[in-house]
Design a protein around this ligand. Structure first.
Ligand SMILES: [Fe+2]
Ligand SMILES: [Fe+2]
Length: 312
């Protein structure tokens, strides 16, 4: 990386002073302070307002809210360690086909530390909330999502394992989930959760900038044939990254007392295809914009993939 980005002369600016892992306290639930608050914003859980769910009563609603929070935090824990750091360490060690500056490698290790810490505090909060609410988390499986990401990389870039892994990181690090940024300011949510999400969002601003630069340089280094394949892969990786997993939602609905058929109905009503594609388009708009910037979607084949996935 030639390091043309903001603050790149010093690498990720002031990381030693400002990174969450270096400067923020452990976020702990204080039951007295959290009284009257909820673990997660109710309006961000699509199935919560469904009439079949409302009919189950307030205890079921609390359970579903908690499970949604657990799923999100466990997803984060796995994602950071199994996808983001798996690719980031390749950059840190210089095991990529790019002329990396010394700072670019150090920055990759800073990101590696950040993500490890995000994984730690996400699991820490899951365990604290389980104890505070007395609601155990249902088992969480990251394997299906990882399998989707691997399948996409293998389909479009079969002989380029490293490139596939780097692109998975670029996608996860450049998507912007607007709802996440709202949580720190949501007065209905546990203070510890708001603070932890705020810590995370602040670190991710630096990661976002780093991976925008990284992708541009990576793209510039690719042959025209490989660019075309990367351009086709990106919309699929984006979908793999952002499409919500419905299996854990189904499991939570059943744990809350809904029979299989009713749970399937809630899923069909609240997670329609059009809504899922809109979620990917919305949260993926920066990544799609980044691909546009380098001309990735000038390739007709890549445009076709965008249409296919409802992202055009
Ligand atoms: Fe992170
Ligand atoms: Fe990150």
């Amino acid at each position: 990386m030639n390091g043309n980005g903001r603050g790149s002369g010093r690498g990720i600016a002031d990381w030693y002073q400002h990174a969450g892992v270096r400067s923020r306290p452990r976020r702990t639930l204080d039951e007295e302070h959290e009284a009257g608050l909820r673990v997660f914003p109710a309006h961000l859980v699509p199935h919560l307002g469904h009439e079949a769910v409302t009919a189950l009563g307030p205890a079921a609603r609390d359970l579903l809210l908690a499970q949604h929070f657990y799923q999100y935090m466990q997803f984060t824990t796995h994602l950071e360690t199994e996808v983001v750091n798996r690719g980031t360490v390749l950059i840190a060690h210089g095991r990529v086909d790019l002329d990396l500056t010394p700072n670019a490698r150090l920055d990759a290790f800073k990101i590696y530390c950040d993500e490890g810490y995000h994984a730690l505090f996400s699991l820490d909060l899951v365990q604290q909330v389980e104890r505070a609410l007395g609601i155990p988390a249902l088992p969480y499986e990251f394997a299906p999502r990882l399998a989707r990401l691997e399948r996409t990389a293998a389909t479009f870039l079969p002989e380029h394992g490293t490139l596939g892994r780097l692109l998975q990181v670029v996608v996860f690090e450049t998507v912007v989930t607007r709802f996440l940024a709202q949580i720190p300011r949501d007065p209905t949510v546990f203070r510890a959760v708001r603070a932890a999400v705020d810590d995370h969002v602040k670190d991710e601003l630096h990661h976002h900038a780093y991976f925008v630069r990284f992708f541009k340089e990576l793209w510039a280094s690719l042959s025209p044939a490989l660019r075309r394949r990367v351009a086709c892969a990106m919309p699929h990786l984006l979908t793999d990254c952002l499409r919500p997993d419905l299996a854990p939602v189904r499991a939570a609905l059943q744990a809350a007392g809904l029979p299989t058929g009713a749970a399937a109905e809630v899923l069909a009503d609240r997670y329609e295809e059009a809504a899922l594609a809109a979620t990917v388009r919305e949260a993926g708009r920066h990544t799609l914009g980044l691909c546009e910037t380098v001309g990735a979607f000038d390739h007709p084949e890549a445009r076709e993939q965008l249409h296919l996935l409802g992202l055009a």
